[in-house]
Design a protein around this ligand. Structure first.
Ligand code: MV4
Length: 450
């Protein structure tokens, strides 16, 4: 087992990883930027190394500084958390070259899944259902026009280097294809330095349902059921739940089987997520595979009673998995609490937290790095806490979430707490009747000015 793990991240996820390391008797090294000197991950780690100034490009993304921090502290592994360097093939390789175990995917795996057109071909070969469309990258606009007719309108143009909706265009009729092709390619080139495109049939009003998987070093994989992440705004997830209100036992079995087939086909090692689009007829299609721990992992932990960070560490240390799959015994919901103003277009609202009271009680988990007096720096993403409520049924979990949101006090900054409180009362949310289009129609009620 590892003796010392360096956590190449900040915020709640750094703290989350430190907690499990402590429980496993593994020493921890925090790295931090000058803006994060007062952060809890710095205080709770056994050692801490400053790796640069506030901008992430000069600190949390600075590979050489992080490797140097691992070397001077004698860390034998690096946990990258999510975001930052977690899916960076170059960094994964750099760790390998320095004999430091990267607790994440191999460089080859990251490259294979990071190129979406290539990932899709791999999944077709693995027998995983994919949206009908082009086989690989489209050569030119002439081929694009032909393909669109073959696939049948409406179609979706997607950037091969894409993700998060960048370089993606829905096209409903032939006369709109040229503009979509040009603008998607331009956007993709600007964002990723690559304008390779592929095409799919458009799935209308899909749900985003993902399957958590864990694979070991011996080619064996298991799944831990699904998370429904359909409540998103501009490709940012706001809340997630498991089980999905749209799930059936048959669909879970089929999606779980497909996700395990995907992981075993590529000999996936570690924790990963296979994302699917699910249409209204409960057909499901591979969308992307994430080769990291995800923000929303705690809801899975709560319903299957399993520490995913512990499993990541143990698999990275070469310990085999049991091989059995895990099914939800409870219902869990996560609300992402962001330092944003939900009444003004979710505009970021960093600043000093003047007072803070955390909700608690049975079935309430709060993953956060903030506290009263903490100043949220403007340099990083705006998520400051994850409130996770777990109960026997969905109805009880929603009731618990409402209660927990009501007792959650954060003063000094604006947060998304009032948005989540309204969401928990929305008739369509309460009915479990939502798709990825849900937030387009959601009207936030502004509070009466008193
Ligand atoms: C789609 C789709 C409909 N049809 N593909 C959005 C990000 C990405 N990586 C893939 N995405 C989509 N792909 C086909 N063929 C609709 C989306 C989509 C979406 C997917 C998941 C969660 C939220 C979304 C919001 C808008 C569009």
């Amino acid at each position: 087992m590892f003796k010392k793990i360096l956590i190449a991240n900040r915020g709640e996820i750094a703290l989350r990883v430190i907690r499990t390391c402590r429980e496993m008797g593994i020493k921890t090294v925090a790295v931090y930027s000058t803006a994060d000197a007062e952060s809890l991950h710095v205080r709770f780690a056994d050692e801490a190394v400053c790796i640069g100034p506030a901008p992430s490009t000069d600190s949390y993304l600075k590979m050489a500084n992080i490797i140097a921090a691992a070397e001077i502290t004698n860390a034998d592994a690096i946990h990258p958390g999510y975001g930052f360097l977690s899916e960076n093939a170059k960094f994964s390789k750099l760790c390998q070259d320095h004999d430091i175990k990267f607790i994440g995917a191999s460089p080859e795996m990251i490259n294979k899944m990071g190129d979406k057109a290539n990932a899709k071909s791999t999944m077709i070969a693995a027998g995983v259902p994919c949206v009908p469309g082009s086989e690989g990258v489209i050569q030119d606009f002439e081929q694009c026009e032909k393909l669109a007719v073959e696939v049948g309108y409406p179609v979706m143009l997607k950037a091969s280097a894409g993700g998060g909706g960048k370089g993606m265009r829905a096209v409903w009729k032939p006369e709109d294809l040229k503009d979509a092709w040009d603008s998607a390619r331009m956007e993709s080139k600007a964002a990723f330095g690559n304008n390779d495109m592929y095409m799919e049939k458009l799935i209308e009003e899909p749900r985003h349902i993902e399957i958590q998987v864990v694979g070991d070093a011996f080619g064996k994989a298991c799944h831990l059921s699904e998370r429904d992440c359909s409540v998103q705004r501009r490709h940012q997830k706001l809340t997630e739940e498991t089980p999905s209100p749209f799930m059936t036992d048959e669909l879970r079995e089929a999606m779980g089987k497909a996700a395990v087939a995907a992981a075993e086909y590529i000999k996936y090692e570690g924790a990963g997520t296979v994302e699917f689009l699910v249409d209204k007829h409960r057909n499901f299609y591979f969308m992307e595979m994430n080769t990291r721990i995800q923000v929303e992992h705690p809801i899975t932990e709560e319903v299957v009673d399993y520490d995913l960070i512990r499993e990541q560490i143990s698999v990275a240390a070469g310990i085999p998995i049991s091989g059995k799959n895990y099914y939800p015994k409870l219902h869990s919901i996560e609300c992402r609490i962001n330092a944003e103003d939900p009444f003004n277009g979710f505009r970021p609202a960093p600043g000093r937290i003047t007072s803070f009271h955390a909700p608690g009680g049975h079935g309430v988990r709060l993953d956060t790095h903030v506290y009263a007096g903490y100043t949220i720096p403007p340099n990083y993403d705006s998520m400051i806490a994850k409130l996770i409520c777990t109960a026997q049924t969905r109805e009880e979990a929603i009731g618990k979430m409402k209660r927990a949101l009501d007792e959650f006090i954060i003063e000094g900054i604006k947060t998304t707490i009032p948005f989540h409180r309204q969401l928990m009362d929305h008739p369509d949310y309460v009915a479990g009747n939502y798709t990825t289009k849900f937030m387009e129609d959601f009207v936030i009620e502004k509070p009466a000015v008193s």
